[in-house]
Ligand binder design. Sequence first.
Ligand code: UTP
Length: 297
Amino acid sequence: MTEQIKKVRKAVLPVAGLGTRFLPATKAIPKEMLTVVDKPLIQYAVEECIASGIEHVIFVTGRHKSAIEDHFDFSPELESFLTQRGKSELAKLVHDIGKGVQFSSTRQSEALGLGHAVLCAAELVGDEPFAVLLSDVIMESAIPATRELVEIFEATGSGAIHVERVPRERVNLYGIVDAKPEAGSLWGDKLWRVKNLVEKPSAEEAPSNLGVTGRYVLPPEIFGYLAKTKPGTGGEIQLTDGLCRLAEDNKMLACIYDGKVHDAGDKQGFLQATVDFGLKDPKLGKDFRAYLRGLKL
Ligand code: UTP
């Protein structure tokens, strides 16, 4: 008898990193609270979870990260202040942040890598599949990125990640997959069976130019693999090592993402995301475009 594939209800958002690429901005403020136009990065990720049918968001936090939990909590004083001043639309906007989803958090007391951060959520996730979202990456597409991966997992029972084609000279900045097209899938030539993953290879060593984007849906077996993973350089446990073990079990798929990936985790990507979202903003877009056109570059 085939095993019933469980529904994906939970998402883990690791937010315990130190954000060193944005210092000094991130000395006291979490990187995930940096704002693209008028929303912190973490809110884009939570909105993607909600649009993807996730019911329970689990933050893996660290010291100096309480602003993230506060952002998704109610703020009765602020709401009644806004209501009394006749700003009920703003009061509703503040009230509805994170509406429709349950939040939990757990701590990663030392930033020992993404794999370690995910492992910290094992007890809250339990024995069920779950999504992982890196909130410094904003994914923009008609079908929310996480929803697409949830659908792949629920149809196949294999872990699923999004990948994008990256220029050869940039493969050393990504986790790169070694994969072959998955025959006869509902996702056509977008879906690949992963044989192996290599973390930040040189252009010569890279098995492909398919780079991991920062969205995953994984079966709970990953926790057992991560628990057995030996720390690498800097004492870190990489998520990639756990993904490799799933690939060895023939339980890992990669889907070529057909939306836009905004890597806001470094300054260049963050500035580009700000310009892209600024131009699309219904209120600011027109004037912002005129401003950019007027720049003498
Ligand atoms: P990054 O590597 O982009 O974040 O990890 P970082 O380490 O905070 O940033 P830099 O490189 O020092 O500038 C992607 C996500 O994983 C989380 C981060 O908070 C970020 O949202 N993360 C990373 C953890 O939660 N724990 C870790 O040990 C590492």
